[in-house]
Design a binder for this molecule. Sequence first.
Ligand SMILES: C[C@@H](CNC(N)=O)C(=O)O
Ligand SMILES: [Zn+2]
Ligand SMILES: [Zn+2]
Ligand SMILES: [Zn+2]
Length: 521
Amino acid sequence: MANQSNPVKKVPIHLQSSQNRILIKNGKIVNADKMVDSDVYIEDGIIKMVGCNLIIPGGTRVIDATSMLVMPGGIDPHTHLELEFMGAVSVDDFYQGTKAAIAGGTTMIIDFALPSKGESLLDAYHKWRTRATNKVCCDYALHIGVTSWSDEVKREMEELCKLHGVNSFKMFMAYKGVFMVTDSELYNSFEACKELGAIPMVHAENGDIVFENSKRLLKSGINGPDGHALSRPEEVEAEAVNRACTLSNQVGSPLYVVHVMSKAAAEVLAKHRAKQIKQNGNTKIYGETLAAAVGTHWDENKLTCWHDAAAHVLSPPLRADPDTPNFLLNMLASDKLQTTGSDNATFNKDQKSLGKGDFTKIPNGVNGVEDRMSVIWEKGVVSELFDPCRFVAITSANAAKIFNIFPRKGCIDVGSDADIVVWNPKGKRIISAKTHHQAVDYNIFEGMECHGIPEYVLVGGRVCVDEGQLKVVQGHGKYVPTPTHSEFVYNNEKVSEIEVIDESKEIKALKLQISPPSSVT
Ligand SMILES: C[C@@H](CNC(N)=O)C(=O)O
Ligand SMILES: [Zn+2]
Ligand SMILES: [Zn+2]
Ligand SMILES: [Zn+2]
């Protein structure tokens, strides 16, 4: 404790470590809504000033961002680090997965705590928290899986929302016997989400059709990785998207469809969004696609050996239609899809080999957490399908808005976290498993030349990519609670409810003024 004899020694401000005071100068700030030439001053992990000719304290580190873009760090709303699934554990853990994320310009992930059928949601939540704590290099949040239904599940959902900063729950319409739930269970979980102000998310494939198709394919002797996509063609995904949208519309809940992988599914989702907009002037249905779906497709000519093909197995599958990537990119450009994730669930060759002779046993999942930003920049901005502002919206801001952490995250503005990527549009790199920072021994974007690379990445104000050099700190990341009742998602509903209540109050007040109570009939 300080006292007269030994007053608290404050390090003079100009001698304090400059690590926590940074000025990013001469860059172009890109937010989802606009771009502006301006400087950014950061102190203690928070953006303190945005503007030109800023007066800053001595000892501030200056990063020259001339001819570079200063953007919100990517938010990957869909990862599976250290996931036990189909007899294997995904090899990118919370350390290496977040290290790779930062290397690619992503500064926050939202992972999925998936209870096995009948397991407590709270136990799953605590298990994931334990795995992530002290390992993550960047901030993270959690979606929780609902893999069965009961009053206890509903009670746990409420506790997770009210006490543990969860606002999103994923229900699976596929993986029969593992994660899959029935339509009534979907209906009940959507209703619970609506009551809690939470976001229901779905894996949309018809799991019964997949199950029966797989049996038939295996019986006919088709057991290689190509059988995976044959068991779940586009209409099997589109049917489930239609069913999920109908259920959410009936319940009156929001809906977030994860990993939309096909033209057919994207069209169905867009149709339901348009119908809600026509009816209510707005929609609460959101669609996500993946870096994998816009960066590549199921190309028999390239998938020459069993391993190459098995490495591309995820669900819903990559589609054989070569127009799929561009179609989905245009859906992103026109706001028919809102976010992009990686769905990073990585399994090495020996793990994928669990499915040799039976494609239903190939652990599902691909990489993407490191390369998502570059792939979407290359396929969307460099190919001029959308501008840098839209890039920020679909890689960061929209996910922050939907999961209610905007503008703390997903924004370059005073008061926002200093999760920032200084993007060099002239930079170039070739994606390869030989050079990536992920643990997995395969990269589905192998050989892709990407224009646009992260020159600097600040994570909570700490420079973790410095002139292209990776300098992450294990345990630097924190758990970010995601509050319920996201304005972006629920505000229309709330506004209309408030209007109705206020209106009735106003009308009553007016009536009382006009005619004193005795004559009110
Ligand atoms: C469980 C996880 C596995 N990854 C995948 N999409 O194949 C998912 O379905 O999202
Ligand atoms: Zn899924
Ligand atoms: Zn091979
Ligand atoms: Zn997933």
